[in-house]
Structures are given as structure tokens and as C-alpha cells.
Design a protein around this ligand. Structure first.
Ligand SMILES: Cc1cc2nc3c(=O)[nH]c(=O)nc-3n(C[C@H](O)[C@H](O)[C@H](O)COP(=O)(O)OP(=O)(O)OC[C@H]3O[C@@H](n4cnc5c(N)ncnc54)[C@H](O)[C@@H]3O)c2cc1C
Ligand code: FES
Length: 501
């Protein structure tokens, strides 16, 4: 099922794919909210920009988000003060608060009709331990200069022990916003190509060549806005980020819906906001985040959300179900700036930790200032070249082994009893003559067999029974049951087997 955002904007701008070699000042790889915001600012300042996307613009993480525009990224400020100091935490807060006004300014200046509305944002709890953390967070945020309040009563009809309230945050329809940005980029003579996959970027003396769809884009600057970078070395982002998936349902109820946007402090996480739906409102209820590639079923995802929401709104009717994932950094701070000190003029914005609406605007401003040669007062907070903490040293070794994983066979004989362990409309890994084989059986018993080894850096994939996909537990790449790559950072399809039984 599509997200509500995609379903309600199906008639997107008609864009071509790249069919010839071109050149530009800046090549932006990825047309999610970060890539489009960066292209918007640069094209407005007179840069000649080219944006390419593997799919249609704004359809990946940014088209499946909850789209709360807030600087309240959970209970982050006490953590930031304790880990990095008051000055650092203050800049993080200011950068994200400014992002809310920047987004509003873009919407006003470009006249983008995207259901933007100011709402207060709340982190609430029902857990005594978290209550103390919420009270501490109020003190921390007040110390940083924002007038946050402790409240013990909220408009959402649930019992709580307490909540922290941030005033004047916002929510919008993210795909309408991104389509508006795209129209402005085109008006400013920028170019955007859909269905154009970058597979390699080569450094020349004073420029870069991006290879995409058998064509080349030559540019002085490159911005990696592709969510999880597909370039492994240098940069080494695979050692410092993983991906985390969450689920959202769009629900209709006859009850009057609440004002405000909400998320709880404890686990599992539950998130609430409303959205305009024709002339009514629907409730977007999400959460249950987990590391991508851990295996998922309906009962462990949407099933739980549907039961939980019925406790609050017994008449609720589910209109939409969707899920997506985001890049998570180990120190909870995004990576924004130069991709690597070895690659000048190549920039990145990633690791938005499920708070990419404001973070992408912060990132676009830092990257644009970098390209213009201007200082940005927030760049040191988000420095992309910081090397610690490192996720897993095993991954550094694994990349060296990557080339030894090529497929040695493409036909395989499988005894029928091995296949009988896998039910129709389900999948799993079986071992045949020492080879791991990923099997999916359709409802009618047709068999699809893939090599379940991720084409990014060689991790063993896990079967996702909810979406019928192969998901990678290392950095979150995903493949459909035929082996086609559907999510970054991998971009190559899986090898497949012909099966004889
Ligand atoms: C369930 C969930 C709820 C969330 N809710 C919120 C929220 O309420 N508020 C908030 O602030 N944040 C939220 N987030 C986070 C936010 O959605 C993301 O941080 C943000 O959308 C990421 O934007 P992006 O532009 O980096 O990535 P994307 O939107 O994924 O864009 C990257 C683009 O790059 C393209 N691409 C990838 N590889 C290539 C390639 N090789 N060549 C060409 N193109 C390529 C992709 O097709 C894609 O379109 C949520 C995240 C999740 C998972
Ligand atoms: S996503 Fe990196 S190994 Fe799979």
C-alpha cells in the first residue's frame, strides 16, 4: 500500500530519465527532501544544478515519513548537554528551530500549497522513570533558551504522567512540499531526472564525473543526497550508521481529533499527528521502530498499531499502512558537510535519525554555504568527517572480502523435501550443497531463488514476511523477492538461481 502522501499526489511532475552526457555546476544525487532543498537554494542563487533520482522524486524515506517539523527530537537536549556541552546543544537547537522558519519562508515565497500548519509538539510518558527524564529535559531546554513547558494534561485522549511541550512547531504534507520545491528548481533552470541511478563518482583534477544510466554528468560539485551513501571508500559511513524501520497507519474515526503532535518517551515508541484528508482529518499513528533486517510480520507491526489505536478510538478504520526506514548515527547527531577530506567539493547530508524534516533544511544550508565558500555557524556541530564512534570494526575487514562473494553457480538442484519447509506466500533461507539459497514461494507455489548475500558489503540477508522482501541487517539495503534492489545503500540486484527439483 502507498503512503497517504504518495497516494494523494499520484499525478506528479512528468520528468524524463537521463539520456545523454551533460555538465552542471552541481550534481545532486537523490531527490528526497534533502536533495530537493539543496537544489532549490542553489538554483535560486544562480547555480546550474542537476538532480538525479533512482525512482520518482520524493518517493523514498521523505514520501513515507510522518512529517512532523520539529526541533524536539525525542529527549535529546539533556543528552547533548551531557555529551557535548551547552554551547553545542544550543547550536543544535537553534539550527533546528531556524529550519522551521526556513521551511515556512520557502512555502510562503514559492506559494507551495502543502497543508503547513503550526502545532505544539509533545513528548509524553506513562513511565515513572521517564517522568524524571522529562522534567530534566524541560530544565535543559529552558537553559538553552527555548520556552518549553512541563504539562500533565494533553489534548490526545490518553492518560499520561507528564509531557514536555515545545511551542510553535509544525506539520505539513511532505510530498506536496517536495513537488513544490521541484517546480521552483525547474523554474530556476535546474534540471531533474527520474529513474536515473548513479553507480559511480570519479574524481578528476578539477571536477567529478557521475556515472548514471550509461551516461556521464560532469560537475565541479557533487552532493550525495541519496540517504545512505553508496560510495564506501573513502567516507566509511558504513562503519558509523545503520538503518531503522518504523510503521505508520492512516486511520479514520468519527471522534473529534486532537490538536498537537505527540510521541512517547519510552519503548515501544508510538507517534501521533493528524493530516488533512479531503475536507476531513485523519490520524497518522506510527512507531514500533527496530533495526532494519530483523524480520517482520503483520502481527509484529501493523497488527500491534491497529490494536493500540482501537483502544483509543474503537471505531477507527484503517485507510493506509506503510513503513520506511532512516539512517541512525551512533552519537544521535547527523553527518552534514564534506563527504571526506580526500574528496573536496563533494558534500553529504545523512544520518537524520528519523528527524529529517528540520535536519534536511539544516543540511541544505550548511552544504550550500560550503559550495558558496561561506562559513556556517552550525557546521562544526554536524561535522561529517568526525570518525567516532565506529559501529563495527568487522565491517572494515568485510569490505576487503567483498569481491570474493561473486556467484560461482547459477543453476542449482534442490531436493523437494527442503523446499517443503517453506510455505506458500512465504520465504526463508535453505542450504544446498554448502550454498545459502533464499527462497520465496508465491501464493500459487511458484519459486523465486536468490543468493541471499547483500550486494553492498556482503552481509547475510533476512526474510521480511510483511513486505516479501530480503532485508540487510547491516546497513539496511532491501531487495524484492525477485532480487531487485529497492533500497540503498546497495544499488546492484541480487544474483538469482535457476532451480531444478
Ligand atoms: C517511519 C518514519 C517516520 C519519520 N517521521 C519523521 C517526522 O515526523 N519528522 C521528521 O523530521 N523526520 C521523520 N522521519 C525521518 C525523515 O523521513 C528522513 O530523515 C528524511 O525523509 C530523509 O530524507 P533524505 O532526502 O535524506 O532521503 P530520501 O527521502 O530517501 O531521499 C533519497 C533519494 O535518493 C535516491 N537515491 C538513492 N540512491 C540513489 C542512487 N544511487 N542514484 C540516484 N538516486 C538515488 C532515492 O531514490 C531517494 O529518492 C521519519 C522516518 C521514518 C523512518
Ligand atoms: S546494506 Fe551493507 S552489507 Fe547490506
Amino acid at each position: 500500500m502507498d503512503s497517504y502522501w504518495i497516494d494523494s499526489t499520484k499525478k506528479s511532475i512528468n520528468l524524463d530519465s537521463l539520456k545523454s552526457d551533460i555538465s552542471a555546476d552541481v550534481c545532486i544525487i537523490g531527490a528526497g527532501i534533502f536533495g530537493l532543498t539543496t537544489a532549490y537554494y542553489l538554483s535560486k542563487s544562480g547555480f546550474n544544478v542537476v538532480v538525479i533520482d533512482k525512482y520518482n522524486i520524493g518517493e523514498k524515506a521523505s514520501g513515507h515519513t510522518t512529517a512532523k517539523i520539529t526541533s524536539q527530537h525525542g529527549l535529546i537536549y539533556t543528552y547533548l548537554i551531557n555529551s557535548f556541552g551547552v554551547d553545542f546543544a544550543k547550536k543544535y537547537l537553534q539550527a533546528n528551530q531556524e529550519a522551521i522558519s526556513n521551511i515556512k519562508n520557502i512555502i510562503d515565497n514559492e506559494d507551495i500549497d502543502c497543508d503547513f500548519e503550526y502545532q505544539n509538539n509533545f513528548v509524553y510518558t506513562n513511565d515513572q522513570n521517564e517522568l524524571n527524564n522529562i522534567k530534566k529535559e524541560v530544565d535543559s531546554v529552558n537553559l538553552l533558551g527555548l520556552d518549553a513547558k512541563f504539562v500533565d494534561n494533553i489534548d490526545l485522549p490518553i492518560n499520561i504522567l507528564g509531557a514536555i511541550e515545545f511551542p510553535n512547531q509544525a506539520q505539513f504534507h511532505p510530498r506536496k512540499y517536495m513537488l513544490g520545491l521541484a517546480e521552483s528548481i525547474l523554474k530556476n533552470n535546474g534540471k531533474i531526472f527520474n529513474h536515473t541511478t548513479a553507480i559511480k563518482v570519479e574524481k578528476n583534477i578539477n571536477s567529478y564525473t557521475t556515472f548514471a544510466n550509461d551516461n556521464k554528468i560532469t560537475s565541479k560539485y557533487v552532493v550525495l543526497a541519496c540517504h545512505y551513501p553508496f560510495i564506501n571508500i573513502p567516507g566509511f559511513y558504513f562503519t558509523k550508521m545503520y538503518q531503522d524501520t518504523s510503521y505508520i497507519i492512516g486511520v479514520k474515526t468519527k471522534n473529534k481529533l486532537f490538536d498537537g503532535m505527540y510521541i512517547n518517551a519510552e519503548s515501544p515508541t508510538f507517534s501521533f499527528r493528524t493530516a488533512k484528508y479531503n475536507n476531513e482529518k485523519i490520524l497518522l499513528f506510527g512507531g514500533l521502530g527496530h533495526k532494519t533486517g530483523q524480520g517482520t510480520t503483520f502481527d509484529s507491526s501493523y497488527g500491534i498499531l491497529e490494536k493500540e489505536i482501537k483502544k483509543i478510538y474503537p471505531d477507527s478504520q484503517v485507510l493506509y499502512r506503510w513503513n520506511t526506514r532512516d539512517c541512525i548515527t551512533l552519537d544521535k547527531v547527523p553527518y552534514i558537510g564534506v563527504f571526506s577530506n580526500l574528496m573536496p567539493n563533494m558534500y553529504i547530508g545523512t544520518g537524520f535519525n528519523k528527524w529529517g524534516m528540520t535536519s534536511s533544511n539544516v543540511a541544505a544550508n550548511i552544504v550550500c554555504d560550503g559550495i558558496k565558500g561561506k562559513d556556517n555557524k552550525y557546521s562544526s556541530v554536524f561535522s561529517s568527517t568526525r570518525m567516532s564512534p565506529i559501529k563495527n570494526r568487522w565491517e572494515m575487514k568485510n569490505i576487503l572480502k567483498e569481491s570474493s562473494y561473486s556467484l560461482l553457480i547459477n543453476k542449482i538442484k534442490i531436493a523437494p523435501d527442503k523446499l517443503s519447509n517453506i510455505k506458500n506466500n512465504s520465504g526463508g533461507i535453505i542450504e544446498v550443497d554448502g550454498y545459502k539459497v533464499g527462497i520465496y514461494k508465491t501464493l500459487d507455489g511458484e519459486i523465486f531463488a536468490v543468493k541471499p548475500i547483500c550486494t553492498h558489503l556482503g552481509c547475510l540477508l533476512a526474510w521480511n514476511d510483511l513486505d516479501k522482501t530480503w532485508d540487510c541487517p547491516c546497513h539496511g539495503s532491501r531487495f524484492d523477492y525477485t532480487g531487485k534492489n529497492i533500497y540503498d545503500p546497495a544499488f546492484k540486484n541480487l544474483d538469482t538461481f535457476d532451480i531444478n527439483t
